[in-house]
Design a protein around this ligand. Structure first.
Ligand code: AMP
Length: 304
């Protein structure tokens, strides 16, 4: 099954203790769709300006991503710049320039409207809702967001959170949305808004998946070299949703496997700047690391 994703396609300028990438390809939809494309067909809904180089579109197409829904409007492409200190878990945003995003009116191609899987990646929550309303009968809808939208559009965001099946956010965002420091309590509050599941990304500490009755924890892969965490969250979501769309298995077991595939994809993405690692990743490597994840948490049960 294919996935429709709406999000940003961006130029990022990123500084980490290990280097700097200037004006590199980024954006929530770019990372998401690239990761998901290893598992399933992806259709992209986003906007870029007339400054966006064709080589990036060629790259997306080379991953078999349907770019019919990628609008090219007059003006400048969305730009984000951020910095990471030695604690690579949280980016400090230095600048956000919405540019063509300000007047973006998503108009889904007819073929996208029957999508069964929909991911509302990090973008203006009004645009997330607009796209959600255009998809007729999705089987699974998930969304992400970030501090920028939590503080600038809290009401619009709340409406989105009430409408989706799965919310995929990082721990800082879960705390910011609820004003609750304890993550388990924050998770309960977000689930109480109406979604069935909450996936909380915790950087190098892994991922927690909550329902009203259960918690599942997966570690992050212990890496010796992390160059650039930008896009790790979107890449995680792409692997997670991509695997779900590929198998159609929405059981607890299937969702847990999807969490690990998401974690595998994110672990590769942080090994290089921008989408460079994704560009040279192959499916065999994904399978190998999935098995290493299994080994990480495999232990013998106690005998009574
Ligand atoms: P992540 O590291 O997975 O949380 O996402 C990083 C990506 O999010 C970068 O490539 C940015 O271009 C994009 N981004 C940054 N700020 C925003 C924003 N306010 N809305 C949408 N996307 C953003």
């Amino acid at each position: 099954m294919s996935i429709v994703v709406v999000g940003t396609v961006a130029f990022d300028t990123v500084e980490t203790p290990f280097g700097r990438g200037e004006h590199v390809l980024g954006g929530s939809a770019t990372y998401f769709s690239t990761a998901a494309s290893f598992f399933t067909d992806v259709s992209l809904v986003a906007v870029v300006g007339d400054d966006f180089p064709e080589e990036h579109v060629i790259f997306l197409k080379s991953r078999n991503i349907d770019t019919t829904g990628l609008q090219r409007n007059p003006g400048k492409t969305f730009r984000w710049s951020g910095r990471y200190g030695f604690d690579l878990n949280e980016a400090q945003t230095l600048d956000t320039q919405l540019n063509v995003l300000m007047d973006f009116q998503p108009d889904l191609p007819e073929a996208y409207r029957d999508a069964e899987y929909l991911f509302l990646a990090n973008i203006d929550p009004d645009l997330q809702m607009n796209v959600l309303e255009q998809v007729r009968k999705p089987k699974l809808v998930a969304c992400d967001t970030m501090n920028f939208w939590i503080s600038s559009k809290p009401d619009a965001l709340r409406k989105v959170l009430q409408k989706v099946d799965i919310v995929v956010i990082n721990e800082g965002e879960a705390r910011q949305i609820t004003g609750e420091a304890n993550l388990v309590k924050a998770a309960r509050q977000i689930i109480a808004l109406g979604c069935k599941r909450l996936v909380v990304k915790r950087g190098e500490y892994g991922v927690l998946m909550f329902t009203a009755e259960s918690v599942f924890a997966a570690p992050a892969y212990p890496l010796e070299e992390v160059f650039d965490p930008t896009g790790a969250g979107d890449t995680f979501a792409g692997g997670f949703m991509g695997y779900l769309a590929n198998t159609g298995d929405l059981s607890e077991e299937g969702l847990r496997q999807a969490i690990v595939f998401g974690s595998v994809m994110a672990s590769y993405n942080v090994e290089d700047f921008s989408l460079n690692r994704m560009k040279r990743l192959d499916y065999h490597e994904i399978q190998t690391r999935f098995r290493s994840f299994k080994g990480l948490t495999n232990f013998k049960d106690i005998s009574y």
